[in-house]
Ligand binder design. Sequence first.
Ligand code: B1M
Length: 212
Amino acid sequence: MTEKIYSEAIEAILKGDVEKATAIARRGLDDGMDPLELMTHGFIPGINQVGDLFGSGKLFIPGLVKSAAAMEKATAVINAAIPQEQAAVRGKIVIGTVEGDMHDIGKTIVVALLRANGFDVLDLGRDVAIARFIEEAEKFGADIIGTSTLLTTTMVVQKELEEELKNSGLKGKYKTIVGGAPVTQRWANRIGADAFAQDAGDGVKKVKQLLL
Ligand code: B1M
């Protein structure tokens, strides 16, 4: 039963079928599936296959956009179902996708899971300029600034944020965490970010460690 719904989720994303993807997400949740399991074993492999097809020239922009729309809808349904922890606020995080990058599906999962774990998260959305990350962190009283990027060409913005924090004397005030498909621990070390997270669950773990 579980395997069947995973393969249905993959197929709905591959076909870019928004209605089907939404219905599968709802059905899985109604059947008592864990939201993150459904995301991790169904929808994410689906969008990764789409990425591979696009990357190898077997799928074109309209197909990518359709699949992305199905993935966005399924992600919204699943994010809304992540159980919320009732504990006191554990820390404040400002998070966004860096300037020049419109990818935000993974970032929204990270935001949902952080909120579910008791963190106060200000989600700045996508295409966020460095100055805005810093301004909003100041206003929000953030402990951590988190950046996501999916494009190799915009990874450099994470480095520029580190430089800007250093230049403005704010590096000690905020911890930083970086993520996104092309981002690695090696990159985080190279640019001086305080943490790297592989996925949303790892993001929660690393944020907890940063706040110890
Ligand atoms: Co685009 N895209 N895309 N795309 N897209 C990629 C990234 C690409 C790898 C596809 C490919 O060629 N194989 C490629 C980038 C190549 C490169 O950089 N070398 C690419 C390209 C080229 C482009 C365009 C340039 C295409 C074009 O127009 N010619 C264009 C760029 C637009 C722009 O940003 N300026 C573009 C556009 C789009 C859409 C808008 C259609 C859509 C995005 C819709 C949206 O996000 N709302 C889209 C999509 C869907 C993808 C793929 C297929 C899937 C991305 C995704 O949602 N993954 C992607 C291929 C791929 O990555 N396999 C691709 C699922 C998501 C759950 O995973 O985002 O990695 P991910 O998030 C994970 C972890 O990384 C981590 O946790 C998340 C949950 O587990 N994580 C964090 C992420 N952020 C974190 C932050 C943290 C901690 C953890 O702390 C702060």
